[in-house]
Design a protein around this ligand. Structure first.
Ligand SMILES: [Zn+2]
Length: 278
């Protein structure tokens, strides 16, 4: 069933668990993710990011997400991840997304506030929720110094007050993509941001974080955890194993890709403790 973003996150925030937001790039990813959520009675967020549109177009993916979400026996929210402009957020809303992320975190504070406010104003008119980002979540393998730009506590309070967003993505040492070394997250900063704001927080770049840090995050204010790279890594590993079998004939979508997607999502559901919540 489709359940609003803010409701799914509110329950997670109140009960100190995290909801996995999985970037699904194919039908097989979607089928695996929903099967995992239903198996473990977990709410789930299906999402696609703007940088992924060239090979997983928004206009094809969102209707598929929505149909599968409607059929699901667990709460599902359909979300735009990392919308880079007002226009992209509008496209996602028109297609029926329940929530959108406007990512203007690379802009100076005031411009980030201004663009986020514009998106919030439009989204509210359609009953759609908004996630925004403050601080800079770096990219794994790129400029190491970028990761030091943590979200500032007082700035986060001003940002939330001025924009009235529903969830805030924070930078606490997390990075996007495939890590070369396991990062250490600044949990103390996370606690400070949580205490100051009492708003569901989002962790991006969840593919290389240690299990211990994930647990600390979901127990301390992270209510949504984005998982993108891990699914595709799991699928890649499964395909590699499969084609090495002497009798490998062709790749069966269900047995290979769906199954691999499901297993990655199941592992994260248990890690984030969102199982048996519905
Ligand atoms: Zn992200």
């Amino acid at each position: 069933m489709i359940v609003p973003f803010r409701e799914i996150l509110k329950d997670a925030f109140l009960h100190h668990y995290g909801v996995g937001a999985f970037n699904c790039l194919s039908l097989e990813n979607v089928l695996g993710a929903i099967a995992a959520a239903e198996r473990f009675r977990s709410p789930i967020i299906l999402q696609i990011a703007e940088v992924q549109f060239p090979y997983s177009p928004l206009e094809l993916m969102v209707p598929m997400f929505i149909e599968k979400a409607r059929q699901a026996s667990v709460p599902v929210c359909v979300h735009l991840d990392h919308g880079l402009s007002f226009e992209t957020c509008a496209r996602a809303i028109r297609l029926g997304c329940n929530s959108v992320m406007i990512d203007s975190s690379s802009l100076p504070f005031d411009q980030n506030v201004a663009l986020t406010c514009e998106v919030v104003r439009m989204a509210r008119a359609f009953g759609v929720d908004v996630e925004a980002e403050l601080g800079k979540v770096g990219d794994a393998g790129k400029d190491e110094a970028e990761a030091d730009v943590f979200t500032d506590v007082e700035e986060s309070a001003r940002f939330i007050e001025q924009t009235r967003i529903d969830a805030l993505a924070v930078a606490i040492g997390n990075k996007h993509g495939k890590y070369t070394a396991t990062p250490r997250l600044n949990i103390r900063r996370l606690e400070e941001i949580r205490d100051r704001n009492q708003l569901p927080l989002v962790l991006h770049g969840g593919s290389g974080t240690s299990d211990e840090d994930f647990k600390s995050c979901v127990h301390n204010g992270i209510s949504k955890v984005n998982v993108a790279t891990a699914i595709q890594l799991g699928v890649t590993e499964r395909v590699r194993q499969y084609v090495q079998q002497p009798d490998a004939n062709y790749i069966d979508m269900k047995d290979v890709i769906v199954r691999a997607s499901q297993e990655v999502v199941e592992r994260h559901i248990l890690l984030f403790e969102s199982n048996d919540r519905c």
